[in-house]
Ligand binder design. Structure first.
Ligand code: IMP
Ligand code: MG
Length: 189
C-alpha cells in the first residue's frame, strides 16, 4: 500500500459486490426503457466501466467534463471542459458521478441537464459524503455512504493522482496539509 494512503476504506471486492446490486436496482427502475448514461469526467471512468458492464439494458453513453479550479480538496469554481453531445430530450437519463460531497457539482450539472428537457433524471454515485452537503440534493443510487474523510482511488484523485488505485482509501492528511509547525518557545529575558 502506498504510504500516502492511511488505510483502505472500501476494498475492491466490496466494490465489485456492491456494483452488482446497484445495477439490479437501476435495471428494475428503467426496465423497458432505453437509457442515456451521462457520466462526469474524470473521476467516474473506473466506476462507470465496471457499473455499465453489469447493466442489462440498452444504453447510450455520453460525458460531461467538469473541473474545478485548483487542485485541492474543495470543489472550487466549476468549469465545463466537455459538453454533452447526445440529444437527451424526452429520454431517460442516468447521471453518474464519483462522489456527492457538497453537492455543488451535481446541482450545477442538473440545472444544465434539466434545461435539455429529458423525461427523467436519476443520479447514481459511488460514494456519498452527506456530512459536507451544502446543496439540497440526494442521489437515487449510492454505492457507499462514507464519513467526512478525503478519499482517493477507484477513479478518485487528489491533484489528479491516485485514480488507478483499485480500492477506495483514506488519503493521509499530511499529503494536503502542511506539517504543523513545532511550537516556538519565546524566552523572556
Ligand atoms: P461536490 O461538488 O462538493 O459535491 O464535489 C464533487 C467533486 O469533488 C467530486 O466529483 C470529486 O471530484 C471531488 N471530491 C469530493 N470529495 C472528494 C474526496 O473525498 N476525494 C476525491 N475527490 C473528492
Ligand atoms: Mg476530482
Amino acid at each position: 500500500m502506498r504510504k500516502e494512503v492511511e488505510r483502505i476504506l472500501i476494498t475492491d471486492d466490496q466494490i465489485a459486490r456492491r456494483l452488482k446490486t446497484l445495477a439490479r436496482a437501476i435495471e428494475r427502475d428503467f426496465r423497458g426503457r432505453e437509457l442515456v448514461v451521462v457520466s462526469l469526467l474524470n473521476g467516474t471512468v473506473i466506476f462507470l466501466a465496471d457499473l455499465i458492464r453489469h447493466l442489462n439494458l440498452p444504453l447510450h453513453l455520453d460525458f460531461i467534463g467538469v473541473s474545478s479550479y485548483g487542485a485541492g480538496t474543495e470543489s472550487g469554481d466549476l468549469i465545463f471542459t466537455k459538453e454533452l453531445r447526445l440529444d437527451v430530450r424526452g429520454r431517460d437519463v442516468l447521471l453518474v458521478d464519483d462522489i456527492l460531497d457538497t453537492g455543488k457539482t451535481l446541482s450545477r450539472v442538473l440545472t444544465k441537464l434539466r434545461a435539455l428537457k429529458p423525461r427523467r433524471i436519476k443520479i447514481c454515485v459511488l460514494l456519498d459524503k452527506p456530512a459536507r452537503r451544502v446543496e439540497k440534493i440526494k442521489a437515487d443510487y449510492v454505492g457507499f455512504e462514507i464519513p467526512d474523510l478525503f478519499v482517493v482511488g477507484y477513479g478518485l484523485d487528489y491533484a489528479e493522482r491516485y485514480r488507478n488505485l483499485p480500492y477506495v482509501g483514506v488519503l493521509h492528511p499530511h499529503v494536503y496539509q502542511p506539517p504543523a509547525k513545532t511550537p516556538v518557545r519565546h524566552e523572556r529575558t
